[in-house]
Design a protein around this ligand. Structure first.
Ligand code: CUA
Length: 357
């Protein structure tokens, strides 16, 4: 038969549990505060994203008032009307007109307080600007959602690129979003809200980059097996750096400058393998010339991108090598088959692709 426990033991155990619980809570809060959160929604970096943040903060504080009011009233009532020994039955009421009108009007007032700024923001963000924030014309980027990567066309410059969108700081950009397969959603949280990317239809979204830097995003509409790996990033740079990028992208790919003879030979071999293995059937390697492969990402200047495979891997020698060795192992279900390339051809192809700056 178990021995009866002393009340002191239970109190010590409760205190210990409380301590562990409180420590875990503090640890969790600290961990969430320290985390590197490139896709955070609460550090907006454009006016369009700030507009959404204002709503978020406003509705948060309204919710805090509702929470404190409801929980406070609950605690007060629980304490005030708690059953006590020998207490007579309280007064029995059937309906209270003042209370009922009050709790019908209060939520309606709260909903109006939420709806008015929300509708204002919807209209503001839906109105595509005719002029750029810098006084010129907005830049258009045509975005096509693929399974599972993003293609960007810059009609003004005749540039086609993939996954990494380069933009100048200060100039408003309008994204014309469409898809050639299923519905996706384009979302770079620090720059703008989500927008659906729908086949046979163009949706528009706009923003003005304010700070140079790299901003990460994620497809936000379930679109198949690699939905979670359909990432994108926006690189905002100064207008002069952007002009330099445009000039490089719009130029034919130059031969690797200053490369030693061995590297140059490897690159030349890679170029040869690129043609021999039928890579050109799916990929273009020449900006502004589009009669080559259009199924896969345009690889002109792929060496200058920071990531590969739609933002999931840094664009390093090793990662590119693993991708070429077996794209299906890295991103199952994607359109690129395992070509069973010979190891020496993989090395040459990596050297060639990384020479495309
Ligand atoms: Cu594209 Cu999810």
């Amino acid at each position: 038969m178990p021995l009866p426990r002393a009340p002191g033991v239970a109190r010590v155990r409760d205190a210990r549990r409380l301590c562990i619980g409180a420590s875990l809570l503090v640890l969790m809060l600290l961990a969430s505060a320290c985390a590197n959160v490139p896709q955070t929604t609460v550090l907006p970096k454009t006016e369009a994203a700030r507009e959404i943040q204002y709503l978020y903060v406003w509705i948060f504080w309204l919710a805090v008032i509702v929470f404190v009011g409801v929980q406070g009233a609950l605690l007060y009532i629980m304490r005030r009307y708690q059953y006590r020994e020998g207490q007579p039955l309280p007064e029995q009421v059937h309906g209270n007109t003042v209370l009922e009108i009050g709790w019908t009007i209060m939520p309606a007032v709260i909903l109006v307080l939420m709806a008015v700024p929300t509708i204002r923001s919807i209209f503001l963000l839906e109105t595509v600007p005719v002029a750029s924030a810098d006084g010129g014309t907005p830049m258009i980027v045509e975005v096509v959602g693929k399974q599972w990567w993003w293609e960007y066309h810059y009609p003004e410059y005749g540039i086609v690129t993939a996954n990494e969108m380069v933009l100048p700081v200060g100039r408003t950009v309008i994204l014309n979003l469409t898809s050639d397969n299923v519905i996706h959603s384009f979302w770079v949280p620090q720059l703008m809200g989500k927008m659906d990317v729908v086949p046979t239809h163009v949706n528009q979204i706009w923003f003005t980059p304010e700070e140079a830097g790299q901003y990460f995003g994620q497809c936000a509409e379930y679109c198949g097996i690699q939905h979670a790996q359909m990432r994108m990033n926006v690189v905002a740079m100064t207008p002069s750096d952007f002009q330099g990028w445009v000039t490089r992208q719009a130029s034919p790919v130059p031969p690797p400058a200053g490369a030693d003879p061995d590297t140059a030979a490897l690159v030349a071999m890679g170029a040869e393998q690129f043609a021999l293995n039928g890579c050109v059937g799916c990929h273009t390697v020449q900006a502004a010339v589009r009669e080559e492969g259009k199924i896969g990402p345009n690889l002109s200047h792929v060496g200058s991108r920071t990531t590969i495979a739609a933002g999931i891997l840094p664009n390093t020698h090793e990662n590119m090598k693993h991708w070429l060795e077996d794209p299906q192992a890295i991103k199952p279900g994607n359109m690129m088959p395992n070509l069973h390339l010979r190891p020496q051809d993989v090395d040459a192809l990596v050297a060639y692709l990384h020479s495309l700056k």
